[in-house]
Write a protein that binds this ligand. Structure first.
Ligand SMILES: [Fe+2]
Ligand SMILES: [Fe+2]
Length: 191
């Protein structure tokens, strides 16, 4: 059944944001599967949650996307006849996947998904540094560095909830921080 869910998600992303699919969603799914192997969790819940965790952001925008996403995921899972128990667990993973959200992960499955989301961000920050400033949205370098810095600190401090993931993220965190500190000091903007 999960294959059909994947196809729906793949289509949504292909139509709306392929870059996000390739450089965020797929890494989240890969990290989630890897962490699910290490931790004793319900793999079906983790896999479904990883595929569906940002569906709210893709369809309705970033604001409150944990809430819109949980609703959208429920609709999709009901369509495929998933039992209430699985739906509730997946919804919790989605509601708790943001370090900035008000709902904290209460289950191991939710911790795996939030951690996988953060790990995928660490892989994306350096490419973001080279592409974001060219977005033509009138954002200066200082704003972009500041935005990445804050997001990375939040990921590092609040979303890496599994010790094995710390090891994966640590070197990347240090490297990105070094680059950002360097970039800020270049312009006399050290935070
Ligand atoms: Fe998200
Ligand atoms: Fe995400």
């Amino acid at each position: 059944m999960i294959e059909e869910i994947k196809q729906i998600i793949e289509k949504e992303y292909a139509d709306l944001d392929y870059f996000d699919y390739r450089y965020h969603l797929l890494p989240v799914v890969e990290y989630a599967e890897k962490l699910a192997e290490i931790c004793d969790v319900n793999k079906e819940v983790v896999e479904l949650s990883a595929w569906l965790h940002d569906i709210g952001r893709i369809k309705f925008g970033a604001r409150n996307h944990e809430l819109t996403g949980a609703g959208e995921a429920e609709k999709i899972l009901r369509q495929f006849g998933y039992p209430d128990e699985i739906i509730e667990q997946v919804k919790h993973c989605i509601l708790a996947h943001r370090g900035s959200g008000s709902i904290q992960p209460q289950t191991m499955e939710a911790k795996v998904v939030a951690t996988a989301d953060a790990l995928a961000h660490f892989d994306m920050f350096l490419p973001m540094l080279t592409t974001m400033g060219k977005g033509g949205k009138g954002k200066g370098d200082k704003i972009i560095y500041g935005w990445i810095y804050e997001k990375m600190e939040r990921d590092w401090n609040k979303k890496i909830l599994i010790p094995e993931a710390m090891k994966i993220a640590e070197e990347k965190y240090k490297a990105i921080k070094l680059v950002l500190d360097d970039k800020s000091s270049e312009k006399g903007e050290r935070r």
